[in-house]
Design a protein around this ligand. Structure first.
Ligand code: GDP
Length: 226
């Protein structure tokens, strides 16, 4: 028998661990950092104001309506929900912010946990921040960006519901938002996205694949504009 090359090839493949978004399953919920699953592997978190289209985007990405429903289950809406893609890769659904009805005390308490999660979680490789294309960069979006930038955490902004605008105005909003964040371009990228039309999904995949995979194994890919 000759020396087979197969083991080397297959171990290279398993090291890459390209994320399988459709394999996402609910792992656990946490209300504070100490309740999060062990801090190892790769994690990407999804955040945005309530109604920004976060659940729809997670559905679109994973092809699984149940996941987003899990995060909207009463009692879980103020929790950090963890979804597992593999032993080492997780998607994390952060609670939607901006709910006027939530009492101030609850808001402050939650804000504290969110900030701790963003700043201290070692396995967190990046933040997907969703904003309605018709109302980007609202007050708490800026707060999220400030926390992420302070923690040197990469942020990829999805300007959601892009189908609600014509192509020209959507593109000009994209350029405006990029312009406003130009000084942080090494950490912050922006794209248009529509769950309804499934547009922008390839670009989102590229960013997530890069973040959820060891960057020393995969060459970083260029992020194209939408
Ligand atoms: P979440 O609160 O951020 O999870 O937002 P949802 O995903 O529940 O979406 C809020 C509303 O926006 C729902 O009525 C969705 O049907 C709608 N929506 C979400 N994504 C899109 C989109 O890409 N296009 C359009 N036209 N509507 C969307």
């Amino acid at each position: 028998m000759t020396d087979a090359k197969k083991p080397t090839e297959s171990s290279d493949e398993s090291r890459l661990e390209r994320p399988r978004y459709q394999a996402a399953t609910f792992l656990t919920s946490a209300s504070k950092l100490s309740q999060c699953p062990p801090d190892s592997g790769w994690e990407v978190a999804f955040a945005g104001r309530s109604n920004a289209g976060k659940s729809s985007a997670i559905n679109c990405l994973t092809g699984n309506r149940k996941l987003a429903r899990t995060s909207k289950t009463p009692g879980r809406t103020q929790l950090i929900n963890f979804f597992q893609l593999s032993d080492t890769q997780r998607l994390v659904d952060l609670p939607g912010y901006g709910f006027a009805k939530v009492p101030l005390k609850v808001k402050l308490e939650w804000t504290k946990h969110l900030e701790a999660y963003l700043q201290e979680r070692q396995s967190l490789r990046g933040l997907i921040l969703m904003m309605d294309v018709r109302r980007p960069l609202q007050e708490f979006d800026h707060t999220m960006l400030e926390w992420a930038i302070a923690a040197e955490m990469p942020v990829h902004i999805l300007l959601t519901k892009a189908d609600k605008l014509k192509k020209g105005p959507a593109k000009s909003t994209l350029l405006q938002v990029r312009g406003q964040l130009a000084e942080h371009q090494s950490l912050v990228s922006v794209q248009l996205f529509s769950s309804l039309k499934r547009s922008g999904l390839d670009e989102l995949h590229k960013v997530l694949n890069r973040w959820l995979t060891d960057s020393s194994v995969l060459e970083p890919e260029t992020i194209e504009s939408c």
